[in-house]
Design a protein around this ligand. Structure first.
Ligand SMILES: Cc1ncc(COP(=O)(O)O)c(C=O)c1O
Length: 325
């Protein structure tokens, strides 16, 4: 997927043309991976464009920055406004949202404190991450030979650019062996997550997902799926998952902003359950897509409308016409 190379990018509060959104090669982040970032999505809904859980994403960005002792002069509302302003400036109905906070240009050395903390927000169109067919048919994956970061090495809870060196090793191994994705274990040999998404298993009607202590990123989609499962009276267990539980699960699926909810149909060439999207995955996937696309009432307050006045007018019109929003 190449970028079209047009539109505006937010850099330290200024909207600049895509081609001008550059940083110096001597920027600290280029050499030492000293950046944290987010990945959120904006969807086209019947009430207009809406960002899914923008507050939670920007809060996680702030917390990732805090772990790395980076201070940026924007509060939570300021971050959300900056994202909304960037979407409006690009006239996008739906998009993937990528804010990044990083150590910029001043001097080079492991010590990042000498370098400024800079930030940017870019947007692009990004469809189904593991392919549209996979949303129903499922994807074929392997267990990676690379483990996720050990506790107290690189903090898994921080969405830092450095962590994605590990993700890239996992993803490259999968692709070079003909799989679309891989599942990584933690250093204890228990299931952790995919290269860029959390993992869920269904066994005897119970939804199981590894806990934060299994070197996972605390996914916002993961949290949303747990909430939706409880809404649907599906029991949920956040517990350590041994590798073999993957092969014996009735259903397995990935959850993440990019992957959304994507079923897994085989792992290491062992068929999972019925070998395609199972019923619990389907129920949760439908519910998730209904919520993000604004097709059901937003009971959890997860949608932030890009044009609130327009969405209020549309919702009044829909109410008058007797349409649920
Ligand atoms: C390593 C990793 N785990 C999990 C996730 C899922 O997180 P979220 O649902 O917040 O996108 C992501 C995506 O950002 C990720 O990169």
């Amino acid at each position: 997927m190449g970028f079209p190379g047009t539109g505006k990018i937010w850099m330290n509060g200024t909207l600049v043309d895509w081609k001008d959104a550059t940083i110096h090669i001597a920027s600290h982040v280029v050499h030492y991976g000293s950046g944290v970032f987010e990945g959120a999505r904006c969807y086209a809904t019947p009430r207009g464009s809406a960002c899914f859980r923008l507050d939670a994403h920007m809060r996680r960005l702030q917390l990732s920055a805090k772990i790395y002792r980076m201070e940026y002069p924007l509060d939570l509302a300021g971050w959300q406004n900056a994202v909304l302003e960037t979407i409006r400036a690009n006239h996008m109905k739906s998009c993937y949202i990528r804010p990044v906070v990083y150590r910029g240009y001043e001097s080079l050395g492991v010590n990042p404190f000498t370098c400024p903390v800079d930030a940017a927000i870019m947007l692009w169109e990004w469809g189904a991450y593991l392919g549209k067919e996979a949303l129903e048919a499922g994807c074929d994956v392997k267990v990676a030979t690379w483990a996720r970061m050990a506790p107290n090495t690189l903090p898994a809870m921080a969405k830092s650019t450095a962590n994605y060196a590990n993700s890239a090793l996992i993803k490259m191994e999968a692709i070079s062996e003909g799989y679309s994705e891989a599942i990584a274990l933690d250093v204890h040999g228990n299931v952790s997550e995919g290269s860029g998404q959390n993992i869920f298993l269904v066994r005897d009607g119970v939804l199981v997902t590894p806990p934060l202590g299994s070197s996972i990123l605390g996914g916002i989609t993961r949290d949303s799926i747990i909430t939706l499962a409880r809404d649907l009276d599906i029991p949920v267990s956040e517990s350590i998952v041994p590798r073999e539980a993957l092969y014996t699960a009735d259903e397995v699926f990935f959850a993440g902003t990019a992957a959304e909810v994507t079923p897994v149909r085989s792992i290491d060439k062992i068929t999972i359950g019925i070998g395609r999207r199972g019923p619990v995955t389907e129920a949760l996937q439908h519910r998730f897509f209904d919520v993000i696309n604004g097709r059901v009432p937003d009971t959890h307050g997860w949608l932030t409308y890009v044009y609130p006045e327009e969405s209020a007018l549309r919702s009044q019109a829909q109410a008058a016409a007797g349409v649920r929003s």
